[in-house]
Design a protein around this ligand. Structure first.
Ligand code: BGC
Length: 786
């Protein structure tokens, strides 16, 4: 097999032209197809070889015990793990007695293409069998955005050197064996045979398997049907057993007379419906897909994506690889959230089992802010899912002795699943991220129905949490002690600046919402006294500052801690969490991921320009980026303070994380938050875009390599197009009423037919910051197109 470094650089596709089995698991994640409800890893059609087989349904999980060496009050007792459900992707081929398997015979040519506009993964292979028969196999696979239960595969086999008997077995397989569990805590707990058969059946070209999970008691069904087009002697039959259903098609195919089939797949799951109801639901979804037909599904998919790209595309001129990476990032962000419909958006989307399929603050902190501009419905749905779990979050708060709601650090169904509380429960900042996503969504969309039905209550209950978590000290300052901020190399710290500032926004937003919606706040028991107490706490919020160094400590006393000995830390000891005890990381100055620097972005109004520059510089020296959530934020703040070339380096790192497998764990799924974060880095970093209360400002600045950056923004019923070149920025209103915005501090009004162009001032001249030894981002040089 020919090795090649990566994917071809193309504006609208990711193309692989050689198969490297060492990279199979990574490419399965990169080539995964999903619609937010259903996810199919990019496994080879014939099922083997595989890196990690994977088919996932949003929200479908099994419960597993969370054992502890030492019991303690409040530890969650059960974990939740995403289930690899029935695999409907498998289509095996027997060519004249030889199973098609790329490990045998000769792979004469191989190509896989993820087409970002068509929303399909296609594969074309020429294979010489060990008995020296030459065959071409082509397949095209899709997970439908328009019919969320449906996936489909077009599969074609054509012998190229004369007629040959072919047997194609198209299958549904439950309880596939999984590769052994890895030691890396970021991987997933493997569940052996988690599905129990409830019903199976098949006839004609159709089959259905229904299974349940043993502990969580969920039901899922998978069904398939086929349309077959082959030579005159083509025959087909279907059989079904508890864990496998198979349609077998035999034919004598010949050059110019291929065997072609379309496999329609449908999935459904439920915690409430009966086996019979689920069977019928899946059957109906298949019937719908067959009725639409392969061509119909393809054209609906294209139309859906055309609409998405017309609203969400980010155009980058001057770096073709990053243009591709950003579109890849937008595509996967869409795939993660598009049709979740009141389910979670996991950290890996539905592309792999990493982190057990859990959702974290990644979703509200990184994914939803981007989708708010590109796909607001998906944001409302994802936040409504949080709303549906409010009772569990209230219960968790009670068991912690707190008021309001404490959302879980990691979960699938809503219960806290983090067995390590210092970097789990104590990371209360997730509640502020949820509240922030709510206000951002409401500010941008003015969706009052959402505010009344879910938003107000989410804000109120999170504000209550903060009010009970913190206290006014003897001199009246509001302190939030003993919590963990975003940087997981510190824990249980007092007055983490990011947490306190985000809590401040949360408290104020809740008070505003309660005053705007007394009809909703009243029944929740909110009165004037309570809103006043939120405002007081926000007003008195303690934000520590180190007068000696002239910087903000990440949390109280942080800057007094001993600095990590970076010079004695060899490169192979990163990520540090796999080589040093948390005990040591926690008591030294070393930063896993943007924390104070994230505050500079999210709560920028609380810092002066000078603060930002000094703080950024200070934390650059300590930040090792052992989390993929860091580079995108460092890109944004670097651009804002004026380190535009450094911003470009970080932007590239965030955008290429999965295409280049920079963290060596893309095999477990793509990093949705980093991908979404790289798009935000384009908008908020080089575009300098900020949104506050529905008002938008820009501070564009391009790195040297980029000749143009363009994107569209939908805010409050307006569609604005922003086009940035090195010397100037142009703002064009495509739809809606005239809009006021600021460009580098200058107020401008943009109305239809009257684009506004403004010059871009040069960035301040600053000394380049330094990073820990060996941890500077790779210098970005736009490569020649491969
Ligand atoms: C990061 C967290 C993140 C989690 C899931 C961890 O490594 O430190 O901030 O939420 O990964 O992506």
């Amino acid at each position: 097999m020919i090795k090649q470094p990566g994917f071809m650089v193309e504006p609208w596709a990711c193309r692989e032209t050689a198969l490297d089995l060492d990279r199979l698991a990574q490419t399965e994640s990169v080539f995964a197809l999903a619609n937010g409800h259903l996810g199919l890893r990019g496994n080879l059609d014939e099922g083997e070889p595989f890196g990690v087989p994977g088919t996932y349904l949003g929200g479908f999980y099994e419960v597993r015990p969370l054992p502890y060496a030492e019991a303690a009050y409040g530890n969650p007792e059960d974990g939740q793990t995403v289930v690899n459900v029935t695999n409907g992707k498998i289509i095996r081929l027997l060519l004249e007695d030889e199973p098609f398997d790329v490990r045998y015979g000769q792979l004469r040519s191989h190509q896989r293409v993820l087409d970002l506009r068509a929303g399909v993964l296609s594969r074309t292979v020429m294979w010489l069998s060990p008995t020296e028969r030459l065959v071409r196999v082509t397949s095209t696979r899709m997970a439908s955005f328009t019919q969320r239960a449906v996936a489909a595969i077009m599969y074609e086999v054509e012998p190229l050197d004369g007629a040959a008997p072919v047997v194609v077995q198209s299958e549904l397989v439950a309880n596939e064996p999984l590769p052994p569990m890895q030691q890396d805590p970021r991987a997933a707990a493997a569940l052996a045979a988690p599905l129990r058969s409830e019903l199976f059946g098949g006839d004609g070209y159709r089959a259905l398997l229904v299974h349940s999970t043993k502990v969580s008691g969920l039901l899922m069904g998978a069904g398939m049907d086929h349309r077959i087009d082959g030579p005159p002697d083509t025959e087909a039959s279907t059989e079904a057993f508890a864990d496998i259903a198979r349609t077998t098609i035999t034919a004598t195919a010949a050059p110019g007379k291929p065997l072609r089939l379309v496999k329609f797949l449908a999935y459904g799951w439920s915690s409430q419906r009966t086996v019979g109801a689920l069977r019928d639901q899946v059957g109906a979804a298949i019937a719908g897909a067959v009725h639409t037909g392969w061509e119909g599904l393809l054209s609906d998919q294209r139309a859906y994506l055309d609409r998405f790209w017309s609203q969400a595309d980010i155009e980058i001129d001057g770096d073709a690889e990053l243009q591709q990476a950003v579109r890849f990032a937008l595509f996967h962000t869409l795939q993660a959230g598009a049709r979740g419909e009141q389910r979670l958006i996991p950290a890996k989307g539905l592309t792999g089992p990493g982190y057990d399929g859990h959702t974290f603050w990644d979703t509200e902190g990184f994914v939803l802010p981007l989708l708010t501009y590109a796909r607001p419905h998906a944001v409302a749905d994802a936040l409504r899912w949080r709303y549906l779990t409010l009772d569990l979050a209230r219960e968790r708060a009670r068991s912690l002795g707190l008021q309001g709601a404490a959302f879980p650090w990691r979960t699938i169904h809503g219960e806290e699943c983090s067995g390590y509380w210092p970097a789990g429960t104590a990371a209360f900042h997730i509640n502020a991220a949820i509240a922030h996503a709510v206000t951002h969504y409401q500010d941008v969309t003015e969706d009052d129905t959402f505010a009344r039905e879910a938003g107000v209550e989410l804000l109120v209950e999170t504000a209550r949490l903060w009010r009970s978590l913190g206290h006014h000290d003897a001199v009246g300052r509001f302190r939030i002690d003993g919590v963990t901020g975003p940087d997981e190399y510190s824990a249980i710290a007092d007055n983490n600046v990011y947490t306190n500032l985000m809590a401040q926004l949360n408290l104020r937003a809740a008070a505003d919402a309660a005053e705007r919606h007394p009809e909703r706040a009243g029944p929740l028991g909110v009165d004037d006294e309570e809103t006043a107490s939120w405002r007081d706490a926000a007003q008195a919020m303690l934000i520590p500052y180190d007068e000696t160094l002239g910087v903000h400590p990440q949390a109280e006393a942080f800057t007094e801690h001993e600095a990590w000995d970076f010079d004695s830390t060899p490169p192979e000891n990163y990520p540090l969490l796999l080589h040093y005890p948390y005990f040591d990381l926690y008591r030294k100055q070393v930063v896993k991921q943007a924390d104070l620097v994230l505050a500079l972005f999210m709560c920028g109004d609380s810092f002066s320009e000078e603060d930002k520059a000094r703080d950024f510089d200070y934390y650059e020296r300590l930040t090792v980026r052992d989390s993929s959530l860091s580079a995108c934020i460092q890109a944004i703040v670097a651009a804002e303070v004026g380190h535009v070339e450094l911003a470009y380096d970080y932007f590239a790192e965030a955008a290429l994380l999965d295409l280049d497998d920079l963290e060596h764990n893309t095999r477990d799924g793509v990093h949705i938050a980093s991908l979404a974060g790289s798009c935000i880095a384009a908008l908020a970093g080089f575009g300098g875009m900020r949104e506050r209360g529905g008002e938008i400002s820009f501070m564009p600045r391009l790195p040297m390599a980029l000749t143009r950056l363009a994107f569209g923004i939908r805010c409050r019923g307006r569609t604005l197009k922003v086009e940035i070149t090195p010397p100037e920025a142009t703002y064009t209103l495509i739809a809606g009423d005239p809009v006021e915005l600021t460009h580098h501090g200058e107020q401008v009004t943009v109305s239809r037919g009257r684009p506004v162009t403004r010059p871009i001032p040069p960035p301040p001249t600053l000394e380049a910051p330094t990073q820990p030894r060996g941890r500077a981002p790779a210098r970005r040089r736009a490569p020649a197109v491969r």
